[in-house]
Design a binder for this molecule. Structure first.
Ligand code: NAD
Ligand code: ZN
Ligand code: ZN
Length: 349
């Protein structure tokens, strides 16, 4: 089969590799119908994730059709359409049982296996360990494009942003970063009826998208001087009830420390590669709560139900479409997403 193989920093190829086979009774083999590329794949290609070995097939998002199941798998049969969870979950270890498969012990302590520690979804076929608990059925009538983003970024925005940030009706919510993950946080924050969702980014196309399709009702471009005061002026209490950081660099988390109001919450979503100094000497007396984490994606089944019920529409994230054989071109577009006015690329068999 063909797959996107990582060959070390800066090196990748769409090349012929052996098809996966059942290695464990809990395995499921899925034929990929639709996949996509994540910012994390770009981080891997930059060499930022040294745990990824050369020869690894990338990708942790996908929709596909079951083509083989191990003897321990009862829930899925050949022919079932499934969404692949970006986090592998055994469902029985101490972490999985309390809803934190991001630390699944059976997966070796890190639930992010696919396209990281085992071969991933940017391929014609993928082996899903613990398939029974790491795949979700797709309700009849939903297209691949309607559910593909439930693999990763929609649960990421919802769990790391909205749930960790405890968004409540009437809150003023600021989301710094209107990339796919920030937009996912905005579209799911709407479910909690906040008063304002204020999108902050440097890119005017993304800010316009935030308002048009993802529920933001105010935008501020953080390239302008005085932008922090502009955001504060849009909040009722001189600052935000909830600030979500969806970029992953020190200046934007430092801005969150400025923007939050006393008793507010900072929900960090971004993956950071450098330490950030926290002004705890000021924040302690303001009763600020700060959260961070790797997504668990345990809300994926509920999010699929909301999509089926017409309460959540994440299709506008798909801005560019490719065939699997055009994987390298899809990487070119996604690698320069801002220049190409791209949010997510959808890659179909
Ligand atoms: N916690 C998790 O489990 C988890 C899961 C997936 C992704 N992430 C992380 O979420 C973050 C966002 O992911 P993404 O795919 O949307 O990334 P992205 O790079 O596509 O989007 C980031 C956005 O931030 C904007 N930006 C850059 N500098 C800025 C600044 N100074 N002020 C305001 N905006 C700025 C960019 O214009 C861009 O629109 C990344 O750090 C990613 O690694 C975390
Ligand atoms: Zn991802
Ligand atoms: Zn587990």
């Amino acid at each position: 089969m063909k797959a996107l193989v990582y060959h070390g920093p800066g090196e990748k190829a769409w090349e012929e590799v052996p098809e996966p086979t059942i290695e464990d009774p809990n395995d499921v083999i899925v034929k990929i119908d639709t996949t996509t590329i994540c910012g994390s794949d770009l981080h891997i290609l930059k060499g930022d994730v040294p745990t990824v070995e050369k020869g690894r097939i990338l990708g942790h998002e996908g929709v596909g059709t079951v083509v083989a199941v191990g003897s321990g798998v009862a829930k899925f049969k050949v022919g079932h359409r499934v969404v692949i969870n970006c986090i592998t979950t055994c469902g029985t270890c101490a972490y999985c049982r309390v809803g934190h498969p991001s630390h699944c012990e059976s997966a070796g302590g890190v639930g992010w296996l696919l396209g990281h520690l085992v071969d991933g979804t940017q391929a014609e076929y993928v082996r899903i360990p613990f398939g029974e608990t790491s795949l979700h059925s797709i309700p009849q009538g939903l297209t691949d494009e309607e559910v593909i983003f439930v693999s990763d970024i929609i649960p990421t925005g919802y769990e790391m942003g909205v749930l960790n940030g405890q968004v409540k009706p009437g809150d003023d919510v600021v989301v710094i970063g209107a990339g796919p993950v920030g937009l996912a946080a905005m579209v799911t924050a709407q479910l909690k009826s906040p008063r304002r969702i204020i999108a902050v980014d440097l890119d005017d196309f993304r800010l316009a998208q935030a308002v048009k399709n993802f529920g933001a009702n105010r935008t501020v471009n953080s390239g302008q001087p005085g932008w922090i005061d502009q955001v504060k002026a849009l909040c009722r209490h001189g600052g935000a009830d909830v600030v979500m950081e969806a970029v992953g660099i020190p200046p934007t988390l430092e801005a969150a420390f400025e923007l939050v109001r006393p008793t507010g919450r900072i929900a960090n979503i971004g993956v950071h590669g450098a330490p950030v100094t926290m002004p705890i000497d000021r924040l302690w007396i303001e009763n600020i709560t700060m959260t961070m984490g790797l997504v668990d994606a345990v809300t994926a089944p509920m999010l699929i139900e909301l999509i089926e019920a017409g309460r959540l529409n994440v299709r506008p994230l798909a801005t560019h479409r490719f065939k699997l054989d055009d994987m390298m071109a899809a990487y070119d577009v996604f690698g320069h997403a801002a220049k190409n006015d791209a949010l997510k690329v959808v890659i179909q068999a």
